[in-house]
Design a protein around this ligand. Structure first.
Ligand SMILES: Cc1cc2nc3c(=O)[nH]c(=O)nc-3n(C[C@H](O)[C@H](O)[C@H](O)COP(=O)(O)OP(=O)(O)OC[C@H]3O[C@@H](n4cnc5c(N)ncnc54)[C@H](O)[C@@H]3O)c2cc1C
Length: 202
């Protein structure tokens, strides 16, 4: 197979597509399977850092009436880091996503911290915008392209892919080098969306 990029032409037996929120650029016919979504995380000032230290404060995922939130103990950057799944919801263009953090963004997270973690709800120290790439059922896609057996589609996100990066790397390496892997990948198949008119146009 021949792959042409801005940096040159490559000939390879297999191609692995793992372009995060830009994966639809390579697979326009499957664009509906990959929803880039703007995420904001904020670090809030903590009254007593010992209460948010890793040895006594867990990484958490919390569903409350305000939505589903995730948070971290104080680690690296100063402050209590908080985010909300599907922050403002809705598809964005990864190339033109609004990278500015607005007061309304911070308030979505601050309101949660004030109510549930008041000792970690001081002023916002830092915020950043990044992207989730959501599949319709929020499970990963790790599969061969239906039209091309040696093109591997790896979209492992929906906001929870980082912790699986090493095993996903192992799986894809096995698929490319041996044609198989020791895990059942049916949960991650692209074909699970076949028949869903709302997502699969191909
Ligand atoms: C705020 C936030 C918090 C998160 N917290 C967690 C967490 O606590 N735990 C967890 O497990 N996961 C978390 N995640 C999710 C995790 O970051 C993603 O699931 C993971 O990064 C997805 O990996 P990926 O390789 O699919 O995409 P990415 O990490 O986005 O990598 C894709 C890469 O492809 C590159 N690329 C795109 N197009 C091209 C092109 N045309 N040419 C060359 N390169 C290209 C991009 O620049 C990028 O570097 C979080 C994500 C966000 C945004």
């Amino acid at each position: 197979m021949e792959v042409t990029t801005e940096n040159g032409r490559y000939v390879a037996d297999h191609l692995v597509l793992s372009a995060g929120s830009w994966i639809a650029d390579f697979l326009p016919a499957y664009a509906d399977l990959f929803e880039p979504e703007r995420q904001v995380v904020t670090w809030f000032e903590i009254a007593d850092s010992s209460k948010f230290a890793p040895e006594r404060f867990p990484v958490f995922n919390l569903t409350v009436e305000e939505g589903r939130y995730y948070g971290f103990p104080e680690w690296g950057n100063p402050g209590f880091k908080v985010g909300r799944y599907h922050h403002l919801a809705g598809r964005v263009d990864p190339d033109s996503v609004d990278r500015v953090v607005h007061d309304a963004d911070v308030e979505i997270l601050h309101r949660f911290a004030r109510r549930y973690f008041p000792e970690g709800a001081g002023p916002a120290l830092q915020s950043s915008v990044c992207l989730f790439t959501n599949t319709p059922d929020e499970h990963f896609i790790i599969d061969r392209l239906p039209e091309h057996e040696r093109v591997h589609v790896v979209s492992a996100c929906s906001g929870h892919g980082f912790k699986f990066a090493s095993v996903i790397g192992e799986i894809v390496a096995d698929l490319v080098t041996t044609g198989g892997c020791r895990f059942d990948l049916s949960l991650f198949s692209m074909r699970r969306f076949e028949g869903r008119n709302d997502v699969l146009r191909a």
